[in-house]
Design a binder for this molecule. Structure first.
Ligand code: HEM
Length: 148
């Protein structure tokens, strides 16, 4: 569909340097919701600042993982239902580390922010709306993992 084409086109530029764009996304996320920072702890150690978190190899790995999940959604636009079990399980893992479903709203805003930074004026309303639809499908699938 036209929406799928818009998504694929706009993801291409992001996918060329996923880590860099993922850092923009998570920098924004910690601005919007600093309370998410303590959920990231590796070897039981919490970060004292977003900068410290954003420069840790383990966290950068998480960024890569996030970008891979979005990439998988973009690759499977035609049959997102084949990711449903995977995403529900991913949701369950996030519940286990203390993430609330509501926090995925700020993640969505940060995703749009990153896409906007990446594309500038080329990020038109119709592209934005296509992403909002895709992201809400992913969050809906992940939310099946809460309270199960
Ligand atoms: C794993 C937190 C959003 C994908 C994790 C882990 C934590 C975490 C603490 C375990 C440690 C690690 O693997 O680094 C969060 C928080 C988020 C968030 C606080 C925002 C509120 C996302 C999003 C995605 C995602 C939006 C993808 C759409 C993953 C993946 C893993 C993971 C793929 C690895 C799961 C596995 O081990 O099988 N997350 N995450 N995360 N996260 Fe997130």
């Amino acid at each position: 569909s036209a929406d799928q084409e818009l998504i694929r086109e706009s993801w291409q530029k992001v996918g060329d340097s996923p880590l860099e764009h993922g850092v923009v996304l998570f920098t924004r996320l910690f601005d919007l919701d600093p309370d998410l920072l303590p959920l990231f702890k590796y070897n039981c150690k919490k970060f004292s600042t977003p900068q410290e978190c954003l420069s840790s190899p383990e966290f950068l790995e998480h960024i890569r993982k996030v970008m891979l999940v979005i990439d998988a959604a973009v690759t499977h636009l035609d049959n997102l239902h084949c990711l449903e079990d995977y995403l529900a399980n991913l949701g369950r893992k996030h519940q286990a580390v203390g993430v609330k479903v509501e926090s995925f709203e700020a993640v969505g805003d940060s995703l749009l922010y990153m896409l906007e930074k990446c594309h500038g004026p080329a990020f038109k309303m119709n592209v934005r709306e296509a992403w909002i639809k895709l992201y809400s499908t992913v969050v809906k699938a992940m939310s099946c993992g809460w309270n199960v």
